[in-house]
Design a binder for this molecule. Structure first.
Ligand code: SAH
Ligand code: SF4
Ligand code: F3S
Length: 473
């Protein structure tokens, strides 16, 4: 039985110290940022794990490994929850999947909130901080996109422990929730529920207030942004129309979006890459496999030819576009020949980088029943070969950029520092990491969110080095 939480009074429990541990995709990172802001606006304080009384884990279930990680973190937190009033809240995709089971197995877990339940999590956390005997499960899916209260402003970077909160000058804006695609390997449609688009008006208004607050780069987020609005059956904007509306916001310097499903990438979106000056020349376009046979079994609804046609169209209107992808190796039934097709796809597209994974059985998905399963050692050696090849393609494409001039949006100080100044890292419009050394810069000076023109002088394995060419603005 799922207990549905309803709150009928609010009494602030101020001053609680909490921490949020985040796993999974950008959507989880964004949800965690929102939750931090929502709790801070209630007078709670975000701290590091060692100082926290309340631990919030935002979980990912996309493969077995991140799911197992949740159980090991829960084990680690058990002794820390011995003090009165301390507890763990489990949110996100594993929370949606396991639900009440967490309360049964782990007495230090007192709140479970799934994908749609997050909107009510702040009130629930307050309630549990007051009533130490209570437990709650917020796992019901709702019919429309659950708009969340307030929390628009960026978290105050100065007050948050390192690593928590969004990057200065950048913001993520959710445009939808859930996914209707049911790719044969994927648990997301079960953990995030049916696709629910936000209204384009709510998205544009949120973007406008972010730009007003000083944000220069916005990333529109969703599991499958290209199908934005399809659930509204033409009563609201399409994704391409939304892009044009957001692009027109005065003062917005950069727009990105993620993730795209190739089957829904409309010609109008391709066209936008050639027309919208602030749409960044970068696209994450998960291919998953280069074999038509495997793509069919995965239920991806495109084939190699269609995918390559999209790539050709994109490069025609935007020759410098940086393409990245996700690849699964060892999907049930994948033969050596199928895998060679994936390797061939990498040669044809030459992705600047890719996330690649061994297929992992997930509870309830269609591929669980598909046979034959690829032996672990075969999948492992395919993965290693693919990643090795990607490493050299990445290196070659980064090397080809030396000598070019780029505008970098600075994020934070680089890990590696040299004497006589400070190095900062940021991203170019293609989304590549660029480290820039500022000679004579004061250690204390904050450049996060600033733009600077640089000339690329050197390529590393995964990043570039640039020298400053002019003013910082
Ligand atoms: N909505 C996005 C991606 C969601 S999950 C999209 O459609 O592209 C992120 C990535 O995890 C997927 O692109 C896929 O490559 C990988 N993935 C998902 N389920 C997986 C599984 N069962 N085993 C291995 N990798 C998986
Ligand atoms: Fe998963 Fe496919 Fe939906 Fe992406 S499009 S979230 S891979 S079901
Ligand atoms: Fe993971 Fe859920 Fe995102 S399964 S990848 S956190 S949608």
């Amino acid at each position: 039985m799922v207990r549905v939480y309803r709150y009928d009074y609010i009494e602030y429990v101020r001053g609680m110290k909490f921490t949020v541990l985040t796993f999974g995709c950008q959507m989880n990172v964004h949800d965690s940022d929102w939750l931090i802001r929502a709790m801070e606006s209630r007078g709670w304080t975000a701290v590091s794990e060692s100082e926290a009384d309340i631990f919030i884990i935002n979980t990912c279930s996309v493969r077995d490994k991140p799911e197992q990680k949740v159980y090991s973190v829960l084990g680690r937190l058990a002794p820390l929850c011995k003090k009165a009033g301390s507890f763990v809240a489990v949110g996100g995709c594993v929370a949606q999947q396991i639900g009440e089971g967490f309360l049964e197995k782990f007495p230090h877990v007192r709140l479970v909130f799934g994908s749609d339940g997050i909107a009510q999590a702040p009130q629930a956390l307050e309630e549990l901080a007051k009533d130490h005997k209570k437990t709650l499960v917020l796992n019901d899916f709702v019919a429309a996109y659950p708009e969340r209260e307030g929390g628009l402003a960026q978290p105050n970077q100065d007050l948050l422990p390192p690593g928590i909160g969004t990057i200065p000058g950048q913001a993520f804006v959710n445009i939808m929730q859930g996914c209707d695609n049911f790719c044969a390997y994927c648990i997301v449609p079960y953990t995030r529920g049916r696709q629910k688009s936000r209204s384009s008006e709510a998205v544009v208004n949120e973007c406008k207030s972010l730009v007003k607050a000083g944000v220069r780069e916005i990333t529109l987020l969703g599991q499958n942004v290209n199908s934005f609005g399809i659930d509204k059956k033409g009563t609201d904007s399409s994704f391409a129309e939304l892009l044009y509306k957001v692009s027109a916001i005065d003062g917005l310097e950069r727009i990105r979006f993620t993730t795209s499903h190739p089957k829904d990438l409309a010609p109008e979106v391709i066209k936008a890459f050639g027309e919208l000056p602030n749409l960044c020349p970068s696209l994450h376009l998960p291919v998953q496999s280069g074999s038509d046979n495997i793509l069919k079994k995965m239920g991806r609804k495109y084939d190699r030819a269609r995918y390559l046609g999209i790539v050709e169209g994109l490069r025609k209107v935007c020759p410098d576009i940086a393409l990245t992808t996700d690849i699964i190796v060892g999907f049930p039934g994948e033969t050596d020949e199928d895998f060679e097709q994936t390797m061939n796809m990498m040669e044809l597209v030459r992705y600047e980088s890719s996330f690649s994974f061994k297929y992992s059985d997930r509870p309830g998905v269609a591929a669980v029943k598909m046979q034959p399963k690829v032996p672990e050692d075969v999948a492992q050696s395919r993965l290693a070969r693919l990643q090795e090849r990607q490493k050299s393609i990445t290196r070659e494409s980064l090397e080809a950029l030396t000598g070019r001039e780029m505008i970098v949006l600075l994020e934070r100080k680089s890990k590696r520092q040299e004497i006589g100044g400070v190095s900062w890292r940021g991203k170019d419009p293609g989304g590549r990491v660029i480290n820039v050394h500022f000679a004579g810069l004061d250690e204390e000076q904050k450049l996060g969110g600033k733009l600077v023109k640089v000339k690329i002088t050197e390529a590393k394995n995964h990043s570039l080095i640039g020298v400053k060419m002019g003013e910082i603005w």
